[in-house]
Write a protein that binds this ligand. Structure first.
Ligand code: MG
Length: 411
């Protein structure tokens, strides 16, 4: 870093901007466990089916919190830049530290995007850490339990993703052999009939092909599983409306992201056009961006990605606002067991939880990353140990680290 920028990393530098550090705010830390201070923040990237970005927050009490940020270029570097703003702080002041980082990282763009993702990873680690320091499970920090188990839906893939029968065969296998009663398939798969995918317009034969996939899968699993379908922001408003209308008779769990995410009024128009439940949210950040989706009733189900959207407290805030509009929450998730269990802790603590995604069933070693067993019979039983209640297996982390990464320091 150039010398002239060094003071940007000095937490004691005399900023003119709003400063929420404990010292500036006059927050005291001398009562029992509140005397603990953060001493370091480290990241290690693991080469899973995504480059999982694991985060550790260290303290002078020897207690360490482990979290995870959604993957993405620059996230470890952004976490490293935030280190001076949390070192010396009290790890129990999770909400203030979140706002402090949003403020301090405004130059890096902390309204949305990778900076919010990086802050999310620290927030998750702080929930693990605070739970350990207070000897309570992380869900307790969020208000306690609505449920002991959080339902998990399995994001399904087959090599013949455009073949309705192959999709139905995979659905059958995931239900019968892996024990899930909630599934999701991609519906933005090529039918072979496309002339130009850039214009987003679905030709009549393309809609028929998508309906064939939905029909084949839902009729195969019948009432053994709820099935959602994801479109990854692919279609025009009219195409999305025609597709959603055709899907109404199949009683799908939801149709996800049929239109691009930027234009809220299009999202609202499509959602209101159909009784097929429409889901969106995974590429929006913070309560501020979800607020407009929720308050305009532009979704039937909201799908925040916890380690991306701002972390565990921010997801709780989004869920609480959604609940004012009777909107359920289906958490988008592509994380390792750390981010997944952290999402489940939030899911345990909010009334309007539907399910959390599992996106790694083809990987084989996903569950090996932690010592505990995580997903059983299509659900996560919320751990009762302090913090997130899971322990990283550092040997497995070391085995699967992204090339060039360094393993965390010992706790
Ligand atoms: Mg999706």
């Amino acid at each position: 870093m150039p010398e002239e920028y060094a003071d940007l990393h000095d937490p004691n530098a005399n900023y003119t901007m709003r400063d929420l550090s404990g010292e500036t705010m006059g927050v005291t830390g001398d009562r029992g466990v509140r005397s603990v201070e953060i001493t370091d923040v480290q990241t290690t990237m693991v080469d899973g089916n995504f480059p999982w970005t694991l985060v550790r927050v260290y303290t002078d009490a020897g207690v360490v919190g482990t979290g995870e940020a959604y993957w993405g270029a620059g996230v470890p570097e952004l976490i490293d830049r935030m280190k001076p703003f949390v070192v010396g702080e009290n790890p129990l002041d999770i909400d203030r530290l979140y706002e402090h980082l949003i403020q301090k990282m405004s130059g890096e763009g902390s309204i949305e995007g990778a900076t919010v993702t990086a802050i999310s990873g620290i927030d998750v680690a702080l929930h693990d850490l605070a739970g350990k320091l207070l000897d309570i499970p992380a869900y307790q920090l969020l208000g306690g339990k609505y449920r002991d188990e959080v339902r998990v839906y399995c994001d399904c893939h087959t090599e013949e993703e455009a073949d309705p029968v192959a999709c139905a065969d995979e659905a059958e296998r995931v239900v019968e052999e892996l024990g899930y009663d909630a599934l999701k398939f991609d519906l933005d798969v090529p039918s072979g009939l496309e002339k130009d995918r850039a214009n987003r317009h679905l030709r009549p034969g393309e809609i028929r092909h998508k309906i064939d996939i939905v029909e084949e899968v839902t009729e195969r699993v019948k009432d053994r599983a709820d099935v959602a379908f994801d479109c990854h922001w692919s279609f025009s408003a009219n195409s999305a409306e025609r597709l959603a209308a055709e899907l109404e008779e199949y009683d799908v769990w939801w149709l996800e992201d049929p239109v691009p995410p930027e234009n809220l009024s299009v999202q609202e128009t499509v959602t209101r056009s159909t009784t097929t439940p429409i889901t969106a949210g995974e590429n929006r950040y913070r309560l501020s961006e979800h607020r407009r989706l929720i308050e305009s009733e532009a979704v039937d189900i909201i799908a925040p990605d916890m380690p991306k959207v701002g972390g565990m407290r921010e997801t709780r805030k989004i869920a609480d606002l959604a609940n004012q509009y009777y909107i359920p929450v289906a958490m988008h998730n592509v994380s390792s067991p750390i981010g997944t269990v952290a999402s489940a802790h939030v899911g345990s603590a909010i009334p309007n939880m539907l399910a959390v995604e599992y996106h790694s069933y083809e990987l084989g070693w996903w569950g090996d990353l932690v010592e505990e067993s995580i997903i059983e019979d299509g659900s996560i039983t919320i751990p009762e140990k302090s913090g997130l209640g899971v322990t990283l297996d550092l040997d497995v982390v070391a085995e699967h680290m992204v090339d060039g990464e360094t393993l965390f320091d010992p706790a």
